[in-house]
Design a protein. Structure first.
Length: 422
């Protein structure tokens, strides 16, 4: 399999967790490289549902090593709870999970500032997950953050945390928010630090040793291309590089060690949080929500839904260098008479064939659609390409060609077995 970077090609929640779980069979190591517990990656093992936030989804397969890389921002209290939850469900998390000592730490003041800034923005809010991600990456870029290496050094941590709490309490007071108790934060974080210490290591060296030993690495992207801090619909984005380059900087594995990029996309489009979504459509949203689908894995918020946007996925293929595509949630379209695909935008009198960087322009873009006949047959039992309805295959071929990559996987349900290698 060699070294594979897997990214979301839309606005997140493309089904990366499921596809990671499938591809992990062939991998030796699974690596998270960016984002934090804003991510929610769902994997079904039979009837058991797991939602992974910080721990790579590869943890659910025995004998695989999982890495939380330097580019991730880690809420240690949340990570401790996630590991405990996995263990309670009989998942081995011991000797198979490694946490980078240079990953940055998310603190309660990051979460509180995230919430306060959202409130202040009012109608212009981003609709964040309120996990403190933006403020944590902000501290990292401002060189005022604390790292895992500080967390697991108790005397140093106490000194650094005292200063940080003092400073951030002044800011919180200015917002009219309640200041934090240094003692409480120290106690909670020291307990989490002690718990996490056995996992902490130099993951850059670990990864390079594994590469020298011939290991196959799978890089698990979080969020999606249009939530990327550089390439997304700024400012309605997250605070990390969700595109394929983030896998290199977030792990210390250089570009010339990467062999392929897999892009995951839904057969339609979803987005959770605010910001432009050109193909948004109430009918398809109502249909999917009525089936109990498309509620956020992290926050439970209903996801906004729309038709497949090929302008966006074509851009995603370009920016990420996507070689292979995994298309998920095909079964979500099983009941439709007509399926629309956006192949361009109209901006006033102009036709636009790429995603405008100007958010005001993007907001005004009207999708230009082509229509496909629906297959109106359940696809969830299909296990081979040839078993999919002809109209379904034509639709998948069309959106693959419009995106400009090769179709590798067609997914017709959340279970591992509902996966067709094309
Ligand atoms: P991620 O963040 O990209 O890992 O995606 P999420 O887990 O947040 O959301 C994807 C949702 O789609 C989850 O509920 C998955 O179980 C589900 N899912 C993934 N692939 C398929 C599929 O092919 N069909 C159906 N019905 N559900 C799927
Ligand atoms: P996975 O990995 C979908 C969205 C939030 C908000 C914006 C900024 O499960 O695909 P943040 O909390 O990161 O500052 O929020 O990004 N967002 C996601 N949307 N899937 C995710 O992760 C997301 N992580 C963040 O809803 O619009
Ligand atoms: Mg998700």
């Amino acid at each position: 399999m060699a070294n594979t970077i897997l990214v979301g090609a839309q606005w997140g929640d493309e089904g990366k967790g499921k596809i990671i779980d499938v591809l992990t069979e062939e991998a030796d190591m699974v690596v998270r490289t960016q984002g934090g517990n804003n991510a929610g990656h769902t994997v079904f093992l039979g009837k058991d549902k797991f939602v992974l936030h910080l721990v790579p989804s590869g943890i659910l397969r025995r004998g695989k090593r999982c890495i939380i890389g330097n580019g991730v921002v880690v809420d240690p209290v949340s990570l401790k709870a996630e590991i405990e939850g996995l263990r309670q469900h009989g998942v081995k998390v011991d000797g198979n999970l490694f946490l980078s000592e240079t990953a940055h730490v998310v603190f309660p003041y990051h979460r509180e500032l995230d919430a306060q800034r959202e409130t202040l923005k009012g109608e212009q809010k981003i609709g964040t997950t309120k996990r403190g991600i933006g403020p944590a990456y902000g501290d990292k870029a401002a060189r005022t953050g604390l790292r895992v290496i500080d967390l697991v050094n108790p005397p140093r941590f106490e000194t650094l945390l005292r200063r940080k709490i003092q400073e951030n309490n002044e800011i919180l007071k200015a917002f009219g928010a309640r200041p934090l108790s240094f003692r409480k934060v120290l106690a909670d974080y020291r307990a989490a630090g002690d718990f996490l210490k056995p996992f902490v290591t130099n993951t850059v060296r670990l990864l390079h040793e594994a590469i020298l030993g011939g290991a196959n690495l799978l890089f698990e992207g979080a969020q999606g291309t249009f939530l990327d801090i550089d390439h997304g619909t700024y400012p309605y984005v997250t605070s990390s590089n969700t595109t394929s380059g983030g896998a290199c900087t977030g792990s210390g594995v250089p570009p010339n060690r990467m062999d392929r990029v897999v892009g995951v996309m839904k057969a339609y489009t979803t987005r959770v949080g605010e910001g432009p979504l050109p193909t948004e459509n109430a009918e398809i949203a109502d249909m999917l929500h009525a089936l109990g689908r498309e509620f956020g894995a992290t926050t439970g918020r209903p996801r906004r839904c729309g038709w497949f946007d090929a302008v966006a996925t074509q851009e995603a293929a370009m920016v990420n260098g996507i070689d292979d595509l995994a298309i998920t949630n095909i079964d979500g379209l099983d009941t439709l008479d007509v399926i629309k695909v956006c192949v361009g935008y109209r901006l006033g009198r102009e036709r636009v064939d790429c995603v405008p960087n100007d958010i005001e322009q993007l907001t005004k873009c009207e999708p230009v659609y082509v229509e496909f006949p629906g297959w109106k047959t359940p696809t969830t039992q299909a296990r081979r390409w040839q078993s999919l309805p002809v109209k379904c295959r034509s639709y998948l071929k069309a959106i693959t060609e419009l995106t400009g990559a090769k179709l590798l996987i067609a997914s017709v349900g959340p279970d591992r077995r509902q996966t067709i290698f094309v």
